[in-house]
Design a protein around this ligand. Structure first.
Ligand code: ADP
Length: 170
């Protein structure tokens, strides 16, 4: 059985991430979406919230599961019996960081490979941080994220416990 992990912050998940998840799910028997708990990053959503949101928006893809993790993606891969880490590539700006991470991961675990899926053109501009930025200015985010995600963002913004300056995620 071929298994891949797709690690990321997913703060929150966007249509760009969902596109990568569903395309990976077409290529692998099983895809584990790894939600990174990174104490160095200030996130809008807690790890539990990000996991819950992802579970909700991927419920119709039977071979996708969601798992919180800390530390190295290669350890997540090994834990899940995965030989592949999937990452999305949007633009040249993603490339340098992603190449470096893939090479480091290859040194940490030479039996785990990184595979890149290039973004679908309609999502090339999309990032979690831009969604949060637009939402904080009360702009329409319905083209960027599913309704469940938009509702969750609006609830956060309405309770006023978040400002754009509080997030350092790219
Ligand atoms: P990280 O903090 O690990 O970069 P993200 O949640 O921002 O986590 O992204 C997870 C992965 O999804 C990364 O490989 C990123 O390049 C990719 N990704 C993010 N947005 C898009 C998009 N719009 N299209 C394709 N891939 C994307």
């Amino acid at each position: 059985m071929s298994t891949a992990v797709y690690p990321g912050s997913f703060d929150p998940v966007t249509y760009g991430h969902l596109d990568i998840i569903s395309r990976a799910a077409n290529s692998f028997d099983k895809v584990v979406v790894g939600v990174l708990n990174n104490s160095k990053k200030t996130s809008l959503f807690s790890m539990e919230e990000r996991v819950n949101i992802l579970e909700k928006v991927t419920k119709d893809i039977p071979n996708v599961t969601i798992k919180a993790f800390e530390g190295f993606s290669v350890d997540l891969a090994r834990e899940c019996g995965a030989s592949v880490i999937v990452r999305g590539l949007r633009a040249i700006t993603d490339f340098e960081y992603e190449l470096q991470m893939a090479q480091i991961n290859r040194i940490l675990a030479h039996d785990v490979d990184t595979m890149f899926l290039t973004t679908s053109l309609e999502y090339a501009y999309l990032s979690s941080s831009s969604v949060k930025e637009v939402a904080s200015l009360h702009g329409d985010i319905s083209k960027f994220v599913p309704k469940a995600v938009a509702d969750a963002i609006h609830r956060k913004i309405n309770v006023g416990n978040w400002e754009t300056s509080g997030s350092n995620e790219e």
